[in-house]
Design a protein around this ligand. Structure first.
Ligand SMILES: C[S@@+](CC[C@H](N)C(=O)[O-])C[C@H]1O[C@@H](n2cnc3c(N)ncnc32)[C@H](O)[C@@H]1O
Length: 213
């Protein structure tokens, strides 16, 4: 069911206000699968890395620890980004660029250019409407540079049907390739069953693509 006028910003703000990071259903203490693909990209430390729908992810901590110095975090939820930014300033003294914006109706993200690596874990599957998916993939094509990378980790076809009480659209790697088009070449893909903080199995598909045109 698609609820046209549902306030998703409030939904996510409420979740991040009411829940400790470690208790979020998607919390990863160590984002090992994502980092496995990040290392494949062999990027320089000043590469522009955009984490979309970042929430309060520990991925940002690990990227900083690995030496990356041009990281941008986006989310629909200002609450999430404020929590993330506070942690990152306190732990690393790092000036994280945060962009509160909707990936499906971008007003600020669409000003970005020359992104070397787009990282999405557990965000795309919330976009149920065709026009939202179109806007998401259009944004990738608008912002990611030639030879840049797109890393997407999304619920697999045998994955859960809901997350955070929201319905989901599930994917396989061919569906991701079809949306990205011929300009993007698949570099690596694998399936991974994430065990969430409640012990539940959450099958994901990971895909790393590189833009050739
Ligand atoms: C399941 S969480 C994953 C968070 C993070 N990527 C991680 O792996 O820990 C989904 C995130 O997507 C964000 N989100 C949902 N819809 C969005 C949209 N339209 N634009 C940007 N972010 C969105 C939510 O606020 C939430 O932080």
């Amino acid at each position: 069911m698609i609820i046209e006028d549902y306030n998703y910003t409030k939904h996510w703000d409420k979740k991040y206000t009411s829940t400790n990071d470690e208790d979020l259903g998607w919390y990863e203490a160590a984002p090992e699968m994502t980092m496995r693909l990040v290392s494949k990209c062999a990027l320089s430390e000043d590469a522009k890395i955009l984490s979309v729908g970042a929430g309060t992810t520990t991925l940002i901590d690990v990227l900083i620890e690995e030496g990356y110095n041009n990281i941008i975090a986006n989310d629909l939820s200002k609450v999430a980004l404020e929590k993330l930014d506070e942690r990152i300033v306190n732990m690393y003294g790092y000036n994280l660029k945060c962009i509160t914006d909707d990936l499906t109706r971008p007003k600020r993200l669409n000003k970005l250019t020359n992104v070397d690596l787009w990282i999405d874990r557990a965000v795309l599957h919330f976009f149920l409407e065709q026009k939202e998916q179109q806007a998401y993939f259009d944004l990738i094509k608008q912002t990611v540079s030639r030879n840049g990378f797109v890393l997407i980790a999304v619920f697999a076809l045998d994955g859960a049907q809901k997350c955070c009480n929201l319905n989901l659209k599930r994917y396989d790697v061919n569906m991701l390739q079809e949306q990205l088009g011929n300009a993007f070449h698949l570099v690596e893909t694998f399936n991974h069953v994430f065990i969430n903080p409640n012990g539940g199995e959450r099958p994901y598909v990971y895909g790393l693509f590189q833009r050739k045109l």
